[in-house]
Design a protein around this ligand. Structure first.
Ligand SMILES: [Zn+2]
Length: 459
């Protein structure tokens, strides 16, 4: 095959030649015998045949109902389950390097590492929200679309908006300040100008923070909030709004937020809010998992293998229980009340008709790994009363719709063949999404062993 010039040769030298050989995929592959959960929320097909041609779904149905083309490569996946690869609409990529964290880590190579971690765990697309530099992100997207990188999750990003000295929590803000990432606005005019610049760059989503962090941060005024949403909608940009308190969530939903980020965890919801949600039906990115105890405390290799042993040891030894700090210390006294409140609020939100989408907040703070957080969030939803089938739709079809990914999210005809082969049925136990046998992106088997081999070199 052609390598297309010196730049690509350099990339290949950097990431190893295995990727080149992987490009030679067979024209047609038939996955036979699995239970296929197609992501649409419709009936599951047992003992299915999934035919892939040129990286797309060419046919799908019960065994016997699909005619296989000559020369097809047949893959026996009897007893396994297949679901679409996931789409994460909310992470903070680029700063984490596992033994260090910060703006100095923000390179294309590190971003690619995060995206390959996402792919390892069955994620086809991941969005970095409000914390990534625009010019660099646009260039990365162009390079990724041009095939200059080895396979990984597709990179999406959106710019962030907040008042000066507002926005991200104090850790993330160290990095975003250094790279001047957040669009700092204090007036409706400045807000409209910033949104116009995004539209000029064909950016389709933005994120704003509406939070005074218990009186310690400046918060967007209602006038600026309204200006952002109105200008964004006039330019077909969707608005993701961070809000944690009930009053703030009401304000951003009333203003016309498209995607509500976070869950009210420490206050009951009220009738006024639920009526507003029924009327507006925003998408909802819960990002619950990052507030939970981390899974490496359970010595589960699914989470542990992605971290250097020194970091695992540090997390296990940490007894501090500060927000977002990975620790295996005892839960704070307020944890039980948070749990009770969430168990109450989550089903109310769902019943009000919000459109749940997968989101993790991974990367916002050192020590959380990309890709595994998605599985934590799925299990959290089910624990709070969602069915596993609905959880899978919220991790696949709904976020694809939200992010305008017309060829992803389900395994319907013509969609990209991006899916996860699981050793056990996630509809019986959602934690079975962790039993990953293989991940395919665009019909190509993702080299999970290569990612693992890199992890083993981490100190
Ligand atoms: Zn976030």
């Amino acid at each position: 095959m052609r390598t297309g010039g010196r730049a690509l040769v350099g990339v290949v030298a950097l990431f190893g030649a295995a990727w080149l050989f992987a490009q030679g995929r067979p024209a047609a592959m038939a996955f036979e015998g699995a239970r296929v959960i197609d992501g649409s929320g419709g009936p599951v097909v047992e003992n299915a045949v999934l035919l892939i041609q040129d990286g797309r779904v060419a046919a799908f149905g019960a065994r016997g109902s699909v005619t296989l083309p000559p020369g097809v490569v047949r893959v026996d996946v009897s007893g396994k389950s297949i679901m679409p690869a996931m789409i994460n609409v909310h992470a903070h990529m680029g700063y984490e390097a596992y033994t260090t964290w910060g703006a100095h880590n923000h390179t294309a190579e590190n971003l690619l590492d995060h995206l390959r971690r996402e792919a390892f765990y069955g994620v086809a697309v991941a969005a970095s929200v409000g914390s990534s530099p625009t010019a660099m992100s646009l260039q990365f997207q162009r390079d990724q679309a041009a095939g200059k990188f080895p396979p990984g999750a597709r990179y999406l990003f959106m710019p962030g908006m907040a008042p000066p000295n507002g926005g991200p929590d104090h850790i993330l803000r160290e990095a975003t300040n250094e790279l001047h990432v957040v669009n700092e606005v204090t007036t409706p005019d400045a807000a409209r100008a910033a949104v116009k610049r995004m539209a000029d760059q064909q950016i389709g989503h933005l994120k704003l923070w509406f939070d005074d962090r218990n009186g310690t941060y400046p918060k967007l005024t209602p006038e600026v909030l309204d200006a952002i949403v109105a200008e964004a909608h006039a330019r077909k940009i969707m608005v993701h709004s961070h809000a944690i308190r009930l009053a703030d969530q009401k304000a951003v939903v009333a203003a016309g937020t498209d995607v509500l980020v976070h869950m009210v965890q420490r206050e009951p919801l009220d009738d006024e809010y639920l009526a507003l949600l029924r009327q507006k039906r925003p998408y909802w990115a819960t990002v619950i998992g990052l507030g939970d105890p981390v899974e490496v405390c359970n010595k589960d290799p699914f989470f542990e293998e992605a971290l250097p042993p020194s970091v695992v040891a540090k997390i296990r030894a940490a007894m501090e229980r500060a927000p977002l700090v990975p620790s295996c210390g005892p839960l704070p006294g307020t944890a039980a009340a948070r749990e009770t409140q969430m168990a109450h609020n989550f089903p109310q939100m769902i019943k009000a008709g919000v459109k749940l989408v997968l989101a993790t907040d991974t990367g916002i703070h050192p020590g959380h790994t990309f890709g595994s957080g998605e599985h934590v969030e799925l299990a959290r939803w089910v624990q709070l009363g969602l069915s596993p089938a609905d959880a899978i739709v919220a991790a696949t079809k709904t976020p694809a719709e939200l992010m305008g990914l017309a060829d992803l999210g389900t395994l319907a005809l013509g969609k990209r063949a991006s899916f996860i082969v699981l050793d056990a049925n996630p509809l019986e136990d959602i934690r079975n999404t962790r039993r990953i046998a293989e991940v395919y992106l665009d019909g190509l088997k993702f080299d999970r062993d290569a990612v693992r081999a890199k992890w083993r070199t981490l100190k």
